[in-house]
Design a protein around this ligand. Structure first.
Ligand code: BGC
Length: 753
């Protein structure tokens, strides 16, 4: 063979080797599954996932999750799909300690959501949500199971403290801010409990029969606002049934309304053990079945006898059998898996942001984060406290050095878990705190340099004290303070909203004793939802609603009583005179034998009811006093006509002046009254609010813009929102009943929506 031929042969050989290698590499690449890396990789990952893997992804990994969180999801390591961490909740990160075997993991117990909404101040919400997001990150949490967006339908609702208000606009506005801010920290949220989960009694069985209009105008709008404006990563479907179909299996609310109408493109997870029929849940649009272990009578007999014997839990095996038997569609499973992957790629765990922290051994926040949590708690809590009554300006304390503190609720006894204050509610919203971090009322007053007398003749001043002891306390102190507390929790509605006779007696005796000395008596309410006040409020000179203010509560209460902070909270819920006045009276918690509750009050919830039916409450929605006074003037509308065929903004402005002696904040509330509606409408509805700070003598212009939706009602016959032509009144108030300024405009033309 000549040299030339050898050269040719070598060249051919090299070419062959290169080609062969390229083909092998290509084949190798083709057989290697594509890992989950980003949004663009999802479709390839979908192709690589086997049925066995897909069914794993839509069922949680069991309860509790790692390190004592509420839950987590399953991982598929070969495709780079990690498990993600889901943790409660609405009033602080709840992790560890509360579950058997999980070491305590201390986080900040922030004020309850009702206090947050009572601030009517999105800036306060931002501060708290940011601090909560940072704490979630320190514990490696991917999704916070909050906020709760259910409406406080009845004052006895056991979870009212976790929710924001009786009003959907206020609820939606506060929740939207929470979601936006938490998600800015890189942690996801889960708006819950979707929908019409307004009671705890028989919550897993009850069928909430809600008129369509009430559903659209009262129970859904807060979710709608959050979905449209803040894009929560996830939605949690509720335990109850809505109009005959369990929320977890309710296609109308999970798909038709949530996704198709509102444009939600995140993930729907079920509440814990809420799913009755896993196949129906997936088909309806409930993507993730939580927490993934078996509790309760499953599967439902309607799944079919054959399937029933194949598996006994909402397990991956059951779902696989359902796919094989053609009971569950591949499309439904794929759509949920896709939503899972879309969620996973957003999480800090997936992004590798939690890699360097040992969450397994971590049981406390860093000093910096804990300090920040306490600081934010102290700053935010006074802003939501509501001064219900302040006769002769008895507050803030003037010349007060020594305070007589009364009431069982103020007693600290750690052996009996009494912290001297109720910092929050019970259930999944309960945060694991270190009692050392809790500031009791008495401690808070002492921290503010007041002397506190809470015993007479060696006995604590509590309910049942003698008149003599009351007189002694009054003689020996400058002012009296009665601390009334109520706890409530997930899993149970409250039995009543009454005061105990011995509490009223204590207030009455101390009132007489202090008044005889020419001194004042203050009552501080440490509660999560309304209680009766009308039958004892005359005895008190001042009443401060402190809610359940978080672990810094004692300091925060002292800040308001002393005048360090001028109160500016307003009621997010009506305080009725008596329980029989409430709109849902007689229809709450419904028929607990047949498990059905009828929302017969329809859209007339909270102030919409009291206002329209002219029933005087003890304290109306939006009420709250200040240590200063405000004047409203100069209300102006951008136009006297509103064209209903368009959806253009109408702007409304007015001036607010601080006419009192000290700086303070006022919540300007905007209500709309439709004068000519054919549809039955509440007398007024909240459509805007703004909180402003004013120095004495200062005036500020406040401007609102409203759109057509603010004028609309849901027409259940036409199945759409509709604004009717005619006269509307803009009502500007300092509460729903203290209307300061009014102006009219005409809705003209036809709403061609
Ligand atoms: C509650 C949810 C909570 C979940 C996980 C359920 O009992 O209803 O609000 O997120 O538990 O703890």
């Amino acid at each position: 063979m000549g040299k030339g031929n050898i050269k040719v042969l070598i060249t051919i050989l090299i070419c062959w080797l290169i080609l062969e290698n390229a083909t092998r590499t290509k084949a190798f690449i083709n057989t290697q599954p594509m890992k989950l890396t980003d949004e663009a990789s999802i479709e390839n990952v979908m192709k690589s996932l086997t049925i066995d893997e897909k069914v794993q992804l839509v069922i949680g990994a069991g309860y509790p999750g790692p390190n004592g969180v509420a839950g987590s999801t399953r991982s598929i390591p070969r495709l780079g799909i990690p498990s993600i961490i889901l943790s409660d909740g609405p009033a602080g990160v709840r992790i560890g300690g509360l579950f058997a075997g999980a070491p305590p993991r201390i986080a900040t117990a922030f004020p309850i959501p009702s206090l947050l909404s009572a601030t009517w101040d999105v800036k306060q919400m931002q501060k708290m949500a940011k601090a909560m997001g940072m704490e979630a990150r320190e514990y490696g949490v991917d999704v916070l199971l909050a906020p709760g967006e259910n409406i406080q339908r009845d004052p006895l609702g056991g979870r009212n403290f976790e929710y924001y208000s009786e009003d959907p606009f206020l609820t939606g506005s506060m929740a939207t801010e929470f979601i936006r801010t938490v998600q800015e920290t890189g942690v996801g949220t889960s708006i819950k409990h979707y929908a019409a989960n307004n009671q705890e009694t028989n919550r897993t069985k009850i069928n909430a029969v809600v008129p369509k209009r009430a559903l659209r105008e009262i129970y859904l709008p807060a979710f709608e606002m959050a979905v449209k404006q803040a894009k929560p990563w996830t939605v949690m479907s509720a335990y109850n049934a809505v109009n005959g179909v369990f929320a977890t299996q309710n296609r109308t609310i999970l798909t038709d309304i949530l996704r198709d109408e509102w444009g939600f493109n995140g993930l729907v997870m079920s509440d814990w053990w809420a799913v009755k029929n896993p196949v129906a849940a997936l088909e309806a649009g409930n993507d993730l079945i939580m927490p993934g272990d078996y509790r309760g009578p499953l599967p439902m007999p309607e799944l079919g006898k054959e399937l029933y014997t194949k598996a006994s839990a909402p397990s991956p095996e059951l779902l696989k059998a359902a796919i094989q038997d053609g009971i569950l569609s591949k499309e439904a499973l794929d759509s949920s898996v896709r939503n899972m992957l879309k969620l996973i790629i957003k999480t800090p765990t997936f992004k590798g942001e939690y890699k360097n922290v040992d969450y397994q051994t971590k049981t406390a926040l860093s000093k910096k984060t804990a300090k920040e949590g306490a600081r934010v708690n102290r700053e935010v809590a006074p802003e939501g406290m509501v001064l219900l009554k302040n006769e002769k300006k008895s507050l803030p304390f003037k010349g007060v050095k020594k305070i007589g503190v009364a009431g069982e609720n103020a007693v600290v006894d750690l052996a009996q878990s009494k912290l001297g204050i109720i910092i929050g509610g019970g259930g999944s919203a309960k945060v694991n705190v270190d009692p050392k971090n809790v500031v009791s009322l008495v401690q808070g007053l002492k921290n503010a340099d007041y002397a506190v007398v809470d015993s007479v003749n060696g006995k604590k001043v509590i309910e049942g004290l003698s008149k003599n002891d009351a007189v002694n306390l009054a003689k020996n102190t400058d002012i009296g303070l009665v601390f009334i507390g109520r706890q409530s929790t997930e899993g149970a509605d409250r039995p009543d909203m009454s005061m105990k006779p011995e509490e009223i007696q204590l207030i009455k005796d101390l009132s007489e004793a202090y008044h005889a000395e020419g001194k004042k008596l203050v009552v501080v309410l440490n509660i999560g939802a309304p209680i009766e006040v009308a039958n004892w409020s005359d005895y008190a000179d001042s009443i401060l609603l402190a809610w359940q203010p978080g672990q810094e509560g004692g300091n925060a209460i002292a800040d308001v009583l002393s005048g360090k902070v001028n109160p500016s909270g307003k009621l997010p819920v009506t305080f009725p005179v008596k329980y029989s006045d409430v709109p849902s009276y007689g229809n709450f918690p419904g028929d607990t034998i047949n498990n059905v509750v009828h929302y017969t009050e329809g859209i007339y919830v909270g102030y919409r009811f009291y206002d329209t039916k002219k029933i005087n409450p003890a304290y109306p929605f939006g009420h709250g006093l200040s240590y200063t006074d405000f004047a409203f003037s100069n209300l102006k509308l951008s136009s006297a006509k509103y064209l209903l065929s368009k959806n253009e903004p109408l702007s409304i402005s007015m001036d607010v002046t601080n006419i009192g002696p000290v700086a303070g904040k006022e919540v300007v509330q905007l209500y709309i009254h439709d004068q000519n509606s054919k549809l039955d409408r509440p007398f007024k509805e909240l459509k805007g609010f703004k909180k402003i700070f004013l120095k004495p003598g200062q005036t500020k212009k406040v401007t609102f813009t409203i759109d057509k939706r603010a004028l609309s009602a849901f027409d259940d016959k036409l199945n759409k929102w509709i604004a009717e032509p005619g006269k509307f009144t803009v009502l500007i108030g300092s509460s729903s009943q203290d209307i300061k300024q009014e102006a009219e405009f005409m809705g003209v033309g036809k709403d061609v929506n």
